[in-house]
Write a protein that binds this ligand. Structure first.
Ligand code: GDP
Length: 428
């Protein structure tokens, strides 16, 4: 069976942990979109890891880990990460890279930096890992697939054409040093050597795996609200964050994705710019940030403090709907144990009216949160394994959220570790 794990919100919902947990029972784990611009934090018996490119199945010996064609493949970053993992005593994982995956070129990273510099205050808050220039080139058909590395003559010729165009921009628009063709070619030859042992026809491999009834996990990055079509455009990422894209970014039949686990965090956090209706500031935000996640809400890739907010039923309901959710994994609930009262955003006020469906971005920017306040449970719920043992107010919070988002919460996560998970029978 194929399961997709995706985010309902702005990312950082705890997908890494849920994937790590489900990866234990999976034969194959696939990354199908995004690049090294976001990260999962995983805590397990080997230690604590921030994965940016490697699939979360790398800790399980029986799992084949796949970088799908939809990923922005940063080759040096991938191999650096692989070394980090194996240097912490994790056995060398099984890894396969799609020969159709495209490569993040060194100049993509440069263009990302130069453009953010140029935009100044109007910048996107990009992680400057080259993702937007990478996907621009992919769709402008000037990108490089892994398979192209193996034809030197063709590669040189194409590189020359691409550099010609890039250098005009670099010289006259950004006023930065031009690209050196030979140097770039050498870099690509080094990349080739690194990926050659892993490059394969992934969709063919998966076709056989599906026919053989293997358990396959599609691992999404970021969340619904960062999707370029359905998210808060233009403050989005450059590849689709939706489960549906798993079929394309891995090369699988869409109807084979039977289970869509949407990870939804018990409060909100976001990185980068963009409307964030339930955002909070000052001391309440600082406290939630400090207590949040596992050791605070700071970006796994950048270390940037995340923007914080109360749980947003409107954004989460929309996020779950766009994913095609079959199961909600409700995470990081333990963090809220310190609050006497817990505000929840149950509607948006837009131009004097209350709405409960997530609007388009220009309208979203005018929305104010409508909050309802629930009683806190005022204790530490970590270590609880049985749903019935959760405090009454904690269960009420979960029921309330489930009612408002309208999707079944089947898992509750109450700690960063793999075993900190509680199964729940949904009420809807
Ligand atoms: P991802 O990108 O969706 O995988 O999310 P991140 O890994 O960036 O952020 C989730 C953070 O929360 C990580 O530090 C996790 O270790 C941590 N985490 C995940 N689930 C839980 C949970 O239920 N409770 C707590 N306290 N931390 C969690």
């Amino acid at each position: 069976m194929i399961t997709a794990i995706v985010g309902a919100n702005w990312g950082d919902e705890g997908k890494g942990k849920i994937t790590d947990m489900l990866a234990q029972q999976s034969d194959i784990v696939i990354r199908f979109q995004g690049g090294a611009n976001a990260g999962h934090t995983i805590v397990n018996d080997y230690g604590k890891f921030a994965l940016h490119t490697l699939p979360s199945g790398v800790f399980s010996q029986k799992t084949t880990n796949i970088i799908g064609n939809g990923v922005a493949l940063n080759i040096p970053t991938l191999f650096k990460e692989l070394n980090e993992v194996t240097s912490q005593n994790v056995p060398t994982p099984k890894l396969m890279i799609s020969d159709r995956a495209q490569i993040v070129m060194p100049y993509h990273v440069l263009f990302d930096q130069y453009e953010e510099e140029r935009l100044g205050k109007a910048s996107f808050g990009s992680t400057k890992s080259g993702i937007a220039p990478f996907y621009s080139d992919k769709y402008a058909k000037t990108g490089f697939q892994v398979q192209e590395l193996f034809d030197e003559e063709y590669l040189k010729e194409k590189l020359e054409r691409v550099c010609e165009q890039k250098n005009v921009l670099l010289k006259y628009f950004y006023k930065k040093p031009e690209l050196d063709l030979n140097e770039l070619f050498e870099t690509l030859m080094e990349y080739r050597e690194m990926v050659a042992p892993y490059a394969a026809d992934v969709s063919l491999y998966l076709d056989e795996a599906v026919k053989a009834g293997r358990d396959i996990l599609l691992e999404g990055q970021l969340g619904s609200l960062k999707d370029p079509d359905h998210g808060i455009y233009p403050m989005v990422t450059s590849s689709s964050t939706l489960a549906a894209y798993g079929a394309i970014g891995a090369g699988l039949p869409p109807y084979e994705i039977k289970r869509i686990v949407t990870v939804c965090k018990a409060y909100s956090s976001a990185v980068g710019a963009g409307a964030f209706v339930s955002e909070i500031f000052d001391e309440p935000a600082d406290e939630l940030r400090r207590r949040g996640g596992d050791g605070g809400e700071y970006g796994a890739t950048t270390g940037r403090p995340r923007r914080m907010g109360w749980f947003d039923c409107i954004a989460s309901k929309y996020g779950c709907r766009m994913q095609g959710t079959t199961d909600v994994a409700f995470t990081v609930l333990d963090v809220l144990g310190y609050l006497d009262k817990i505000p929840v955003c149950v509607g948006y006020e837009l131009d004097g009216e209350i709405i409960t469906d997530f609007p388009t971005t220009r309208k979203l920017e005018r929305c104010k949160p409508v909050l309802e306040t629930l009683d806190g449970w005022k204790c530490d719920i970590r270590g609880i394994r049985n749903y019935d043992e959760l405090p009454e107010n904690c269960k009420k919070y979960i029921d309330f959220v489930e009612q408002h988002i309208g999707y079944p919460i089947t898992m509750v996560s109450n700690g960063p570790r793999r075993e900190d998970i509680i199964e729940r029978t949904p009420k809807i």
